[in-house]
Design a protein around this ligand. Structure first.
Ligand code: PMP
Length: 333
């Protein structure tokens, strides 16, 4: 694939503006991938007539790159995220010009330009870039954009206070939860907004039939009698890449893990509860609707969390295949 990259000599310094810390303005890296090129972030802008901006017709991903125990940088599940992006694109009849492998390479190059070996969040977007008000999906140009910014914990990992939302998880026959469709995240925003207003840190959404689906941007695991359970993919949940990884990691550690429908009341009577997600990582839940989860100690959740951290930081070589190294020392192209 041909793509032009601005001359390094004319480029802004890595980590340059814009900066901000209020949650609405991101401290982004100086570069972005936009319309087939790596460009200074400030130049990566779309028209107000963009279809995706008007109708939420985009699919996004969230990827992390972790500082490794040896000081290097590696992207977690790089191919898996871009494969999911391309697969989910079919829901919106979108097919990006870049292959998953090319998107991984572009991301590595973006991080090389950024040049910093710290924990980073990467936000790819496959969006309907056409300027159009037509309510349709075909015949509209698709583009991929990618930007990145430094990020530590997206949500607390030392015991979350959560509530069950009055908002229902958007169902598969409305906007598929499996899709990571941008427009459907209004649903998550509504739930989190109400949770925060009520003094909670996160929301759990139920599916239309009243069963547990997932948190606003994380999958859920309940632990009862030493065994783990998580809702099946048909219960209106995103097929989380972390969910998959944690199922494997927990089984490797000797835990029994089942995928089964979970009742709301199990949230109140289980021994432990934790969220998984690229952003959430492995985040134990301390209370649901004011009820302490189990005895509040979460030993199994913390064991899984520890194993996960060791894997993503490259300390546990058994999971080295989860990671794609970024050669920060190699000069950018
Ligand atoms: N559910 C939803 C609704 C999400 O947005 C996310 C974050 N991508 C997850 C679950 C966790 O998915 P993953 O582990 O692939 O990040």
């Amino acid at each position: 694939m041909t793509r032009t990259v601005p001359d390094q000599a004319q480029s802004p310094a890595a980590g340059a503006e814009p900066r901000g810390g209020d949650g609405s303005t991101l401290a982004v890296a100086a570069w972005a991938y936009f319309e087939g090129e790596l460009v200074p972030f400030e130049q990566a802008n779309v028209s107000i007539a963009t279809h995706a901006l008007n109708y939420g017709t985009a699919i996004f991903e969230g990827i992390r790159a972790y500082r490794q125990h040896d000081g290097s940088l590696a992207i977690l599940f790089a191919f898996e995220h871009y494969e999911r992006l391309r697969r989910n694109g079919r829901l919106l009849r979108s097919s990006p010009p870049e292959s998953a492998a090319e998107l991984v390479e572009i991301t590595r190059e973006l991080l090389r330009r950024h040049g910093v070996s710290e924990d980073i969040y990467i936000r790819p977007l496959l969006y309907k870039s056409a300027r159009s008000i037509r309510l349709q999906l075909t015949g509209l140009e698709d583009r991929v954009s990618i930007y990145a910014f430094p990020m530590g914990d997206y949500m607390p990992t030392d015991g979350l206070r959560v509530s069950v939302s009055a908002w229902q998880r958007v169902n598969d026959n409305a906007i598929p939860a499996r899709g990571k469709v941008t427009g459907s995240y209004v649903n998550a925003c509504m739930a989190v907004e109400d949770a925060h207003t009520g003094g909670f840190q996160e929301a759990i959404l139920l599916a239309a039939d009243g069963h547990v689906a997932e948190a606003s941007a994380a999958n859920i695991f309940v632990v009862t009698g030493g065994e783990l359970a998580t809702p099946p993919l048909a219960d209106d949940v995103l097929p989380g890449i972390t969910r998959d990884a944690v199922i494997g990691l927990a089984r490797d550690a000797g835990y029994v893990v089942t995928e089964r429908t979970i009742d709301r009341t199990e949230l109140y009577v289980c021994d432990e509860l934790f969220f998984t997600g690229t952003g959430a990582q492995v985040a134990p839940v301390a209370s649901v609707d004011g009820r302490t989860v189990g005895d509040g100690s979460s030993p199994i959740s913390l064991d899984i969390q520890q194993r996960y951290v060791a894997a993503v930081r490259g300390e546990d070589k058994h999971y080295a295949h989860w990671l794609t190294p970024v050669d920060l020392d190699q000069p950018s192209r």
